[in-house]
Structures are given as C-alpha cells and as structure tokens.
Design a protein around this ligand. Structure first.
Ligand code: OGA
Ligand code: MN
Length: 286
C-alpha cells in the first residue's frame, strides 16, 4: 500500500490495495491511515460489486439498510436487492425512472446527522464520472475547531444543537416536494447532539454541526443561533480546511462524518453514477 497526503488539513490517497481482498492487518493499517488523515481516504482503482462493497463496509461497523434503515425518502434510490447500497446518480433508466438520487448532497452536510446514531463512515464508489466536473468538497471539522480561539472553544463546549431532516427537506435545490416521504417527519429523523464532539477513535474534538441538517442551537434565541452557526459555517468553509476531490472511475472514497462535512458540486450534465454504503455510528458525545 502506497500513500500520498492530499492536503494539509485532511485526506490520504491509498494505492496498491484491493479492498475486496484485504487481510485483517491491511484493514487495520488502512483504518489507521484514515484516522491519521482526519477521516478521509481516497482508494484508487477498485473493482467492487454491490456485495463486495457491502462486505468491506461492514468491517467498519453496522450498516444502514441492514442494522437500521435509511429515512423513507431515500428508499427509492437503494439498489434493488441490496438495501445497503444507496445509488447517487443523475441517470434515468429507459422507462424514465431515476437510477439514483440526483443532486445528492448539494449543500454542506454530514450524512444522516439527524439521527441519534448518525453515519460514521460513508464509502462512495465511483462507477461513472463526467469528463470534467462533479467534484466533491470535504471540510475538516477538526481543523476548523482547532483554529478557534480558546475562548470561543470554551463558549461552545456546553452547547447542543437540534439536527432535523426537515432542514434539508425544505432547502430549495435539495429534495423536491414530490420526493419527500412525510413519514420522515415522525420524530425519528430529529435529535439533539453536542455542538462539539470527541472522536471516539482519535480523541480529537470536532465541530458537529452542518448547514444541511442542523436546525438551531438549543436554548438560544433564533437570531443568536443563526448568527453563531453562520459564523462557524463560514469559518469551516475556509479553503485551508477543505480538500476538493476530482473523481476517477474506480475511486472508493471513505469519509468520517464525525470529523468532516462534504458538498457535491452541481456543475455538470454528463452522466454520473456512484454507489454509497453507510456505516452507523454510536451516539456522538462530548
Ligand atoms: C453522499 C453525497 C456527494 C457526491 O453520497 O452522501 O453527499 O459528490 N454525495 O455525490
Ligand atoms: Mn452526503
């Protein structure tokens, strides 16, 4: 396995490893590299079937689609016969049905953060990629937290925020009203999380808020909450905390939703088709 750092804030490129056939020792080394790189690994030249991607992903922990379900709204995008594989795509079948979720994640977010047990790792495998465009940006919520003043860190320490699927559901350009399954508003897709969490594997603190799903700071007036969250979002979106991934077919990108957020850039019309599998985290804590 060869490694190359992708940016000072986060990211490691791994080559010379076949994740579908990796030993326990190789997996342990890969997971260590991923943690050391702030929770972002780009593994080139993979050949994964829905089954082998599922089997590899399970080595990180329990999976959405198996041990807990995704929100009902995304069920139409799961791969038939493979409830662990979430298809991200702008393609349509010949009868006009969506082959995946188009415009998935076109706002800064951390996957499934509106659940008590949100996503730990997301593994996104690229099958078809536009000639140019369709990049994904990743921001380090650890680097962003570390760059705050000790006084600001102290102020944030006791705060909690509400995360709610409704925030994304009501954001224009995200889900169309017709897409939304209102059963997702029954309470399971809304919860309270600490604003700053401690990563259970690295012990590193990180901001755990995102514009996609975070509704407000618990106990704050609306204007106070908006002002502070907007400051923190702008802070994290500074270029020095961001890595922008230019996809190649065969890339498997693994990100940690507890220490990063991401955004899919919507600047292409060519076909784009990827498979995501999603590992379930423990409940985040300070
Ligand atoms: C996702 C997501 C980003 C992309 O699959 O969780 O946000 O670039 N996708 O497709
Ligand atoms: Mn996402």
């Amino acid at each position: 396995m060869r490694t190359r750092k992708l940016s000072p804030a986060l990211g490691i490129e791994l080559t010379g490893i076949d994740v579908a056939r990796c030993s326990d020792d190789q997996f342990t080394a890969l997971r260590q590299q991923w943690n050391d790189a702030g929770g972002l690994a780009v593994i080139r030249n993979q050949q994964l079937t829905p089954q082998s991607q599922t089997d590899f992903s399970r080595r990180f922990g329990p999976l959405f689609g198996e041990d807990d379900q995704f929100q009902d709204t995304v069920l139409p995008y799961l791969m038939p016969g493979y409830p662990t594989i979430y298809r991200v795509s702008n393609k349509k079948s010949s009868d006009g049905n969506a082959l995946g979720r188009a415009r998935a994640g076109s706002y800064w977010h951390s996957d499934v953060s509106f659940r008590e047990r949100p996503a730990m790792a997301s593994l996104l495998y690229a099958i078809e990629i536009p000639g140019v465009g369709g990049d994904t940006q990743f921001a380090s919520q650890t680097a962003a937290y570390n760059a705050l003043s000790p006084a600001m860190q102290k102020m944030l320490a006791p705060l909690n925020t509400v995360h709610d699927f409704r925030v994304a559901a009501s954001t224009s350009g995200s889900y169309s009203a017709a897409d939304i399954n209102t059963s997702d508003f029954d309470g399971t897709n809304s919860c309270l999380h600490p604003l700053v969490i401690t990563h259970p594997e690295t012990g590193q603190p990180a901001l755990f808020i995102n514009p996609g799903f975070t509704s407000h700071i618990d106990g704050f007036e609306a204007a106070e909450s908006t002002a502070l969250l907007n400051f923190l979002y702008a802070h994290t979106q500074q270029p020095e905390f961001i890595y922008r991934h230019v996809w190649r077919p065969g890339d498997l990108v693994i990100w940690d939703n507890r220490s990063t957020m991401h955004l899919a850039i919507q600047d292409y019309n060519e076909d784009r088709y990827l498979h995501r599998s999603t590992v379930i985290a423990d409940r985040p804590s300070r």
